[in-house]
Ligand binder design. Sequence first.
Ligand SMILES: [Zn+2]
Length: 254
Amino acid sequence: MDGDPISTIAARMQRARSVLFITGAGISADSGLPTYRGVGGLYAGGTTEDGLPIEVALSGDMLARRPEYVWRYLMQIAPHFRGARPNDAHAVIARFQGRIEQVTVLTQNVDGLHRAAGSRDVIEIHGTLDRVHCMVCPYERDVRDYAELSWPPRCPVCAGWLRPRAVFFGEELPLAALHRLEAAQASAPDLVFSIGTTSVFPYIADPMYRAHRRGAMTVEINPELTEVSQWAEFRLCQGAAQAMQAIWSAYEQI
Ligand SMILES: [Zn+2]
């Protein structure tokens, strides 16, 4: 080893058969998205215009009791998502699919940008905002821009309220996603990356912890120290796009 973490990581990538990328809001910051928490609570102040904490305004409970209120808030934050495109970090992760046998992405982001970049094995543990479904009947549809929805956003089949297929505060994680995460963990990836996430949720921190315990390479890309920094064999204190591009160039040169 020559002490350069980027080349060491790239060399390990060359031999890897399976890699797990865990991503959070930090990876989408380079796409111009504000830093979101959970389903899309703007950090600025942590409250809505009328002073409600995000955890209340975007809770499953509020959605059940006052869907119109929740939708007004979603419509307010929707312009922040409009036109967001995957950046180099999303693109490099997708590109590794052609080179490494198994590339899995575990993301907390609800912006759909990993799929937009071409990643196929994406576990969206908090769901996604670009799909809405009826709270009453099986109707659902893709929606790239909430401006496409008529107001109020009700089901064209049964007139029930629509909702994003995303996990709101106080709601359970989607079972299918949890099962896929279990399977990804069971396959013991050769390398685990934690990118742009503070890893405050145990299910986000756990794969890093387990990889560290079994001696697999762990890499953290984050300008700040986080819950999982202690288990990272390599820490790159920089933005996601810059770091992933550097790893890709080093990988290509080997
Ligand atoms: Zn319906």
